[in-house]
Design a protein around this ligand. Structure first.
Ligand code: 3PY
Length: 267
């Protein structure tokens, strides 16, 4: 079964367009059939993005939780932030409504950043409580929530920074619609051991994203990961949903797309 790839619009086409609406159009123009994006922070922007999604017919394979970009600890999400529970509930509600309108069934529950004025056990308690709440809300919309460990080299002080922590949370929450988002860039940066990790995580995995390590460029660029092998094990793993291209183009997005042909894929 050929793998299929979606454009993560927080990374692709950013060199050509500042707005998500323009990036959706560029992704569609250059052959992508699906995109990943962050839920816009206000209703007007959400409606414009939904209208463009409808006009282009492009699919939405993943929506990142809406974020409050005015505060450092919240611009990378609110799921784990003590004292931001009400904000998380509002952002979850608007993100679920947006994802439903976009016919997307996956929401990345971004955790937020650790700050000096809270202790980690408060984050753990907040994150677990919010995951349980999200699981119920998502289930009634036939959606899954995704937990993604993100490495500290890329996002210093990000709360969800470990696969051990992520899997402890999945074990605690015990909900089959809360799953792991395995970004191979973060997996290799955080722990390596890719083959055995994917075997170990198995059905806990709800989504994949790709980029090379350590520079987070296209999969065919020089780096630690042999993507010819990785694509083979993802196929053997039986994953048939969209894979997010969450990489920084080494030159331009369009020039960088030739990796697809090199690995025998097409958009
Ligand atoms: O950097 C990442 O991997 C993220 O998911 C943040 O958007």
């Amino acid at each position: 079964m050929a793998l299929k790839f979606a454009a993560n619009l927080n990374f692709l086409f950013t060199e050509k367009a500042s707005s998500i609406v323009e990036r959706i159009c560029l992704a569609h123009q250059h052959g992508f059939r699906a995109v990943e994006l962050t839920c816009p922070e206000d209703e007007t922007k959400r409606q414009k993005v939904l209208a463009t999604i409808e006009d282009t017919g492009i699919a939405v394979s993943l929506v990142n939780l809406a974020t409050d970009r005015t505060k450092d600890e919240l611009k990378w999400g609110s799921t784990g932030i003590p004292g931001a529970e009400k904000l998380f509930q509002q952002q979850l509600k608007s993100t679920i409504e947006f994802a439903k309108a976009a016919k997307c069934q996956k929401i990345h529950l971004m955790s937020g950043l650790l700050t000096d004025n809270e202790i980690e056990c408060d984050y753990n308690r907040t994150y677990l409580a919010n995951l349980k709440l999200a699981a119920d809300k998502l289930r009634s919309s036939n959606m899954i929530g995704l937990v993604e460990p993100i490495n500290p080299y890329y996002v210093p002080k990000y709360y969800m920074d470990s696969y051990v922590k992520a899997r402890e949370m999945l074990e605690s929450v015990q909900c089959d619609n809360i799953k792991l988002l395995v970004d191979l860039y973060h997996l290799q940066s955080l722990k390596g051991n890719v083959t055995r990790s994917l075997e170990e995580y198995g059905k806990q995995i709800g989504h994949f994203q790709i980029a090379q390590v350590p520079n987070r460029n296209e999969p065919d660029t020089t780096g630690e990961l042999d993507y010819a092998y990785i694509f083979q094990i993802i196929q053997e793993f039986g994953y048939t949903d969209w894979i997010g291209c969450e990489y920084k183009p080494k030159t331009t997005t369009v020039e960088g797309l030739n990796w697809l042909q090199k690995f025998g894929f097409k958009l």
